[in-house]
Design a protein around this ligand. Structure first.
Ligand SMILES: [Zn+2]
Length: 270
């Protein structure tokens, strides 16, 4: 699933392709997108100019010249592919934006779970979101406040977009590895020193991704991970075998040696 760095990269791609341009047509090719967005959406955006492209968490907001907003969420496999109207439509194109200068931006999404919805002035396109994972103001105290009294495992709490916006399954695991924190530790059990390491770990995991925005789902960036997808391989720090467990129905990868729980917390685990 595209997470903060991939969505940020995609939003910049869309911005470069679309900013200041007039939309000739938005075609919703997939029936699920048509059902959700409706005819009204395609009618509404025709002739509008793209004034702003922003990212918040894993959401993209495209503001049009009447202040209405197209909200896009890539979900599992969405991405933008920029071409011209003369090019063949890419495989798995689910929606297509044609611009008056001949630019064509396709929402390519093999899993067909991405969403596009139109929000008129005054309607809030975003769900409740926590502080941005890249916010410079994020520190141990702010993260502690965001986690509050959550007793859920810290990995699960990091995936909750109301706590922290932008992390997904991959960067949450990577951040916890950097911070040497067991992904099963109860969120509310982390003290200031651990929270400070976690904030630094989040920054480190996201910085590595931003330096190399190749999409991991194309296998371009898998080498940069320390734990994700590396079950049974040696930890880059201590050499122990990376372990995979399932939390909330999804795989969590971690090093059982350098991400150890304190003995008292280990005894308290289910
Ligand atoms: Zn290790």
């Amino acid at each position: 699933m595209p997470e903060l760095p991939e969505v940020e990269f995609a939003a910049r791609v869309l911005e470069r392709a679309a900013l200041g341009k007039r939309i000739v047509e938005l075609r919703l090719l997939h029936p699920a997108l048509r059902r959700r967005a409706g005819e009204e959406c395609t009618e509404h955006v025709r002739g509008r100019i793209v004034e702003r492209v922003e990212r918040r968490g894993k959401h993209q907001l495209v503001t049009l010249d009447d202040r209405s907003v197209l909200h896009v969420h890539f979900r599992m496999s969405g991405d933008w592919v920029v071409a011209t109207r003369d090019d063949a439509e890419p495989r798995h194109a689910r929606a297509v934006l044609d611009f008056s200068d001949g630019t064509r931006v396709a929402l390519v999404d093999p899993r067909a779970l991405a969403t596009v919805t139109l929000h008129r002035v005054g309607s809030q396109p975003l769900p409740e979101l926590g502080v941005e994972a890249t916010d410079p103001a994020l520190d141990a105290a702010a993260l502690g406040r965001a986690l509050g009294r959550r007793r859920a495992a810290i990995k699960m709490a990091l995936l909750d977009q109301r706590v922290l916006a932008g992390l997904g399954n991959i960067y949450a695991a990577e951040a916890l590895w950097h911070a040497r924190i067991d992904p099963r530790a109860p969120a509310s059990s982390l003290r200031t020193a651990s929270l400070a390491r976690l904030v630094a770990g989040i920054r480190e995991a996201l910085a590595a991704a931003s330096d190399d925005p190749g999409r991991y789902n194309r296998g371009e960036a898998i080498d940069r991970f320390h734990v994700y997808g590396r079950e049974g391989e040696p930890c880059h720090r201590c050499g122990a075998s990376i372990r995979r467990i399932v939390q909330g129905g999804r795989s969590t990868y971690f090093c059982p040696r350098c991400q150890r729980l304190s003995p008292s917390l280990r005894r308290a685990l289910p």
